[in-house]
Design a protein around this ligand. Structure first.
Ligand SMILES: Cc1cc2nc3c(=O)[nH]c(=O)nc-3n(C[C@H](O)[C@H](O)[C@H](O)COP(=O)(O)OP(=O)(O)OC[C@H]3O[C@@H](n4cnc5c(N)ncnc54)[C@H](O)[C@@H]3O)c2cc1C
Length: 480
């Protein structure tokens, strides 16, 4: 019998149009750009059938036999919430935080919409039945999901009033009795080539007349007319030289929709701008999904910190005060992020349906400071290792094979052998200097939207009077 992971890989042999280097890929599982990351995902999926792992990443379905990933668990108690957290943590730890869109984020958004179906059902009479059917299918069939939200960068100073922009942003061109036909593009969807479905919406603040652009859709990746246009691959299968790039390049792609038909059952909302805005602002769904973002972030910070400690020890610079200060800073990053995760969980409150919703204000804070923590953590690693990252020879095996005695002589570290030191610095370079590493820094700056507007939103949506009132009171008292 095929494993869960193998079934996942087989399920990708469909009519999808994945374009890479100008050609359509026929078999993702054997393609050099995808083989490594898909093997990683296969092993993560298989954890759900491994008796020693499945309770960490999954929960029992109503049949009390099969397991589904805990991102589909609707939390009613703190234990449920922590079970979700454990699943996010376990997958992130397995990939050292280097695979960020393992579907658990998008699955959580679906779980959140399902959990809030009574409330959201007020937006559209068919919403509740559609989301219930989809949630159940996605959960029971282990569907891999990703989001495609951001519209293409055509001219950010113009909105939908500009025809050039409106025509390229995803919009409905026709309605039929069976569904809608959409045209346009979406800017980035991570994991797009191997996803089953795209969760599609937009960050736009629609006006009522912009109804054709206002929709929330669930679109199968193999729909006719979708072109999944991949960026350059950052996979490097020289495993000893690129431990991370050989396994974790989760691939980002642009989506072109060439008059794609979407049946009504996959159109969650369409045509009423205010309903789409209300759904997007739904606290239950956003909290459950964004909670995943910050749990997985801890694993990544721990990984960078581990590498920084090892680099510092291996060349004996951990004895310097300023290096210790920087290593200490990395620890404060981890504790800050962990504390915000804990705070969001223990201060979770039930929504009107009794679903326990993590405290969103801590989650927003964690996502915002995360945009600054990661670039700073990478900067610290550079400051600690200096030129050591580029002194390593091109190919690990070759050099130790050809001029072994010199290698052992000149590459030895304070606490480690030459081989271990070269391996360690290659790993660190893969994190800070490889194409994959640079992509991760960009990802952490932008994955949650524009960080500038996200910080500004924290201010504009805050209870400002609670901060300024005491100041005015103090001034009044002083001037009496
Ligand atoms: C590696 C990576 C993977 C991603 N994966 C996904 C994914 O899977 N799914 C998904 O939906 N999205 C994904 N994203 C997209 C991400 O959500 C966007 O990059 C993010 O929302 C920022 O939008 P943008 O890139 O279009 O930048 P822009 O919004 O174009 O911003 C560019 C610059 O212009 C400024 N700017 C632009 N407009 C304004 C304005 N109105 N006011 C003030 N300043 C402005 C910004 O501050 C910024 O400095 C991914 C991004 C990256 C980098």
């Amino acid at each position: 019998m095929l494993s869960r992971g193998e079934r996942f890989i087989n399920s990708l042999k469909d009519e999808r149009s994945v374009l890479f280097e100008g050609k359509r890929i026929e078999d993702l599982g054997s393609h050099p750009a995808f083989k490594g990351p898909l093997e990683t995902i296969t092993s993560l999926f298989n954890m759900l059938d491994d008796p020693s792992e499945k309770d960490k990443v999954g929960f029992k379905l109503p049949d009390r036999v099969s397991y589904a990933h805990s991102s589909f668990l609707v939390p009613y108690t703190l234990e449920d919430l922590q079970q979700r957290s454990l699943a996010f943590h376990t997958w992130s730890k397995e990939t050292h935080g280097m695979m960020t869109r393992l579907s658990d984020y998008a699955r959580s958004m679906i779980t959140g919409w399902y959990a809030a179906r009574k409330e959201l059902g007020k937006l559209d009479p068919h919403f509740e039945s559609k989301i219930t059917a989809y949630y159940t299918a996605a959960r029971d069939q282990d569907l891999f999901l990703t989001t495609a939200i951001v519209d293409p960068q055509i001219d950010r100073s113009s909105g939908l009033e500009d025809g050039r922009v409106a025509e390229r942003f995803l919009h409905v061109v026709r309605e039929t009795s069976d569904g809608i036909i959409v045209r346009g593009a979406k800017m980035i969807a991570t994991g797009a080539p191997y996803t089953h479905d795209f969760i599609i919406s937009s960050f736009l603040e629609f006006k009522p007349e912009e109804a054709k652009h206002a929709h929330v859709l669930i679109v199968p990746a193999n729909s006719q007319g979708i072109h999944i246009v991949c960026r350059e691959s950052f996979t490097d299968m020289r495993k000893n030289d690129h431990i991370l790039s050989s396994r974790y390049d989760e691939m980002d792609a642009v989506l072109f929709f060439d008059d794609v038909f979407i049946p009504w059952e996959r159109v969650l909302l369409y045509g009423k701008s205010e309903t789409v805005l209300t759904l997007r602002a739904n606290k239950t769904a956003n909290s459950l999904a964004f909670h995943q973002n910050i749990v997985r972030y801890v694993a990544k910070l721990e990984f960078v910190t581990g590498i920084a400690f090892a680099v510092a020890e291996s060349i004996g610079v951990n004895e310097y005060l300023h290096v210790q200060e920087k290593l200490g800073e990395l620890l404060t990053q981890i504790d800050t992020m962990k504390a915000l995760v804990i705070a969001s969980e223990v201060q979770a409150k039930p929504d009107d349906s009794g679903v326990l919703v993590p405290e969103l204000s801590y989650i927003h804070t964690a996502r915002n400071i995360g945009t600054r923590f990661y670039p700073r953590a990478i900067e610290i690693l550079q400051q600690i290792g200096g030129g050591g990252f580029v002194q390593v020879p091109s190919r690990f095996e070759d050099f130790f094979g050809v001029i072994s005695n010199h290698m052992h002589h000149y590459f030895e570290g304070k606490t480690v052998s030459a081989e271990k030191k070269v391996q360690l610095f290659k790993l660190a370079w893969d994190l800070i200097g490889s194409p994959l590493g640079s992509r991760h820094e960009l990802y952490e700056r932008f994955y949650a939207g524009d960080p500038v507007r996200a910080y500004a939103k924290q201010y504009s949506e805050s209870d400002q009077a609670s901060f300024t009132d005491p100041i005015w009171r103090l001034l009044r008292e002083t001037s009496k």
